[in-house]
Design a protein around this ligand. Structure first.
Ligand SMILES: Nc1ncnc2c1ncn2[C@@H]1O[C@H](COP(=O)(O)OP(=O)(O)OP(=O)(O)O)[C@@H](O)[C@H]1O
Length: 311
């Protein structure tokens, strides 16, 4: 694989460097100023989004940003406190949900049934043919799902959700805990689906995957704080690259001083902070470093937006 900002050899972008966000598409999914409160806590606040048929939209945000809550409202599994959702032309009811594939974080498979039994059951509920197991899953047909590796479980759950040929896919961290090869395969499948006009909304923590989406939505503290291409979202945000011989002590000193420091391998980076502040912390700790202002990464931009939305 290439470096963190290069193209991933395993998860190449299918030549989609030009984003397709400006292409006119029929809307598959729309949220109109949806809010969800749990008691006094607002998990999602006034979020409006759209996903077109054939479009892969990445939903990004830190843990607890509200992504799953938004997805559950989009599917009609959780009523919004305010606002409305249109899914495949109307409110998200049971009938329309049958035309949607949803991969929740917990996968929705029965761990104490075999893979073959799970696929029969899920396909049966949709009245769809039982999918043929691809080569890498074939050996698990009679294995209890709970005993399968997580990557294989995710692949199987995805396969099950595709059995009824959904028109819309909502995928909640489909590649979390999955190795690079299985991630690349899942992304190939996602792209095949979008090429067949399926609208896809996918959450991920992997920034290389975000780069494969046609468009990104960024949530922080329940709000939609940015959207567009990766370049749109980063804009002209800059970060600091801190070059030092003692990366561990440098990271520890900045972290202790509550500077938003990121360690990428051994490279120390700082977001949302001026170089004088960083220099002062390092001087106080007796550390020397070269500090350079560089274009921010999307993670660093997310950190800036998250800090701003946290108020
Ligand atoms: N049923 C609930 N009752 C109370 N609070 C809830 C409930 N469901 C979610 N929350 C809270 O809402 C916030 C958003 O949660 P949500 O699961 O939507 O975030 P997320 O962005 O999907 O995070 P993750 O990446 O960890 O899945 C969290 O603070 C969570 O604790």
């Amino acid at each position: 694989m290439t470096g963190r900002h290069g193209r991933d050899a395993l998860t190449g972008r299918h030549g989609r460097d030009a984003l397709r966000a400006d292409t006119v598409r029929a809307t598959a999914l729309r949220a109109d100023r949806v809010t969800r409160r749990f008691g006094a806590f607002t998990a999602v606040s006034g979020v409006s989004i759209e996903v077109g048929h054939g479009e892969v939209v990445g939903l990004l945000g830190a843990n607890g940003a509200g992504k799953t809550t938004l997805m559950r409202m989009l599917l009609g599994l959780l009523p919004p406190t305010e606002g409305g959702v249109t899914m495949l032309g109307g409110p998200p009811n049971r009938e329309r949900r049958r035309r949607v594939g949803y991969l929740p974080q917990n996968l929705g498979l029965y761990r104490d049934l075999t893979l073959a039994e799970n696929l029969e059951f899920i396909s049966g509920t949709y009245g769809a043919p039982v999918p043929v197991l691809p080569g890498d899953l074939a050996g698990y047909a009679t294995t209890l799902v709970g005993a399968m590796p997580l990557g294989a479980q995710r692949q199987a759950a995805f396969l099950a959700e595709l059995s009824h040929r959904p028109e819309l896919l909502l995928l909640d961290e489909p590649t979390s805990g999955v190795d690079a090869l299985a991630r690349a395969r899942l992304w190939d499948t996602i792209r095949e689906q979008s090429d067949a006009s399926v609208g896809v909304l996918v959450t991920t923590h992997y920034m290389q995957e975000a780069q494969q989406c046609d468009r990104l939505l960024l949530m922080s503290h329940g709000e939609l704080v940015a959207q567009g291409s990766e370049a749109d979202i980063i804009g002209d945000t800059r970060a600091l690259s801190v070059r030092t011989d003692d990366w561990a002590a440098t990271f520890a000193a900045l972290n202790a001083a509550r500077v938003p420091v990121i360690l990428d391998s051994r490279a120390v980076r700082v977001a949302d902070t001026d170089s004088e502040t960083v220099r002062a912390v390092l001087d106080a700790a007796g550390l020397t470093a070269e500090i350079e202002r560089v274009p921010a990464t999307i993670e660093e931009r997310m950190l800036v937006l998250a800090r701003a939305s946290a108020g």
